[in-house]
Ligand binder design. Structure first.
Ligand code: SF4
Length: 317
């Protein structure tokens, strides 16, 4: 499902997945590394992990049959009300209304809803409206039509009201107030974290570490590093963080680049340094695995998008 992600972004990933894993059994039997590598660049990696876990449960405990009962289906990892309603209505024709950002915007305009669409407390109000409109005879088509209406016609800016099939009962169209809806609350200011990371080189190989399976970017590989403390030099933070995470002593050789990346709730500015291994044995504190790899093998590992931004700049040793 496509929460926060556009269809055109997902299409090549979808085609790769279907090619590589033609059946649910194929997907459930794949190792997580392969799945994360194929998901690389899409973000929201918890979805990949949950999707993989859910496929495993369906194959092992449900004879490979996706449950057509809403309550059983939403107990699968990663499935909430939105995915539950979408799958149950589209795949099985069950009467559950989907409420996503597109649907909320359409409903907010049709009904001139004053409740802000981005306030969690107003979700229930939009759910009631969506249920009210739901075509119980064909809920799958109705839900897809609502999402498409929001994506293609009732767009956030400059909605195409003259082409809209529901304009005759849309309150904001009739009152010429489309530009005032939906209402939104001012989002909180997004913090920016300063990060330092190191490309540690030893005997022609580079050190990469693997993040814990749970949490942000869980299970992905990365170049070790961490937050720069207040008043600290980025290069010193790089050395300190690598020591804290891996126990080895390194020195920074040269600055490589700085990249900027935005996550959902924060942004980072990451300074990257080439580092020289000095001493010590790896004892991990935080990461769950490490590898010394050749640069030519880097494509075999799944990295967060922030790392993918500077990997092409790494020079062969
Ligand atoms: Fe959106 Fe305009 Fe259609 Fe109303 S008439 S639902 S504002 S596109």
């Amino acid at each position: 499902m496509l929460q926060q992600t556009q269809v055109k972004t997902v299409i090549p990933y979808f085609l790769n997945f279907i090619n590589r894993f033609p059946t649910l059994q194929d997907f459930a039997g794949a190792d997580l590394q392969t799945v994360l590598k194929m998901w690389e660049g899409l973000g929201y990696y918890a979805r990949a992990r949950n999707f993989h876990k859910a496929a495993d449960i369906v194959v092992k405990d449900m004879e490979g049959i996706i449950p057509d009962d809403f309550q059983t289906f939403i107990k699968l990892p990663g499935v909430g009300d939105y995915i539950g309603a979408a799958v149950q209505s589209i795949a099985f024709g069950h009467p559950f209304a989907v409420v996503d950002g597109n649907v909320k915007r359409v409903l907010a305009r049709i009904h001139r809803v004053d409740a802000p669409v981005n306030k969690p407390g107003s979700h229930r109000q939009f759910k009631i409206l969506a249920d009210l409109h739901l075509d119980e005879n064909d809920p799958g088509t109705f839900n897809q039509a609502m999402m498409e209406l929001g994506a293609l016609i009732c767009s956030p800016k400059n909605p195409r009201c003259p082409s809209c099939p529901v304009s005759e009962f849309c309150k904001v169209f009739l009152s010429d107030t489309a530009d005032q809806f939906p209402r939104r609350i001012e989002p909180k200011k997004i913090p920016v974290f300063h990060i330092a990371a190191g490309i540690v080189r030893k005997n022609g190989k580079l050190l990469i570490t693997r993040r814990k399976l749970n949490g942000l970017l869980g299970g992905l590989w990365e170049f070790p590093g961490g937050k720069v403390e207040k008043g600290e030099e980025a290069s010193s933070a790089c050395i300190r963080e690598i020591k804290e995470e891996t126990s080895i002593i390194v020195e920074t050789d040269a600055y490589l680049t700085t990249i900027h990346h935005a996550y959902t709730h924060f942004k980072i500015r990451m300074d990257i340094f080439y580092c020289r291994y000095i001493s010590g044995r790896i004892h991990l504190n935080g990461p769950i695995d490490h590898k010394w790899i050749r640069l030519t093998d880097i494509d075999r590992f799944a990295f967060p998008k922030a790392n993918l931004k500077f990997i092409p700049l790494i020079q062969k040793i």
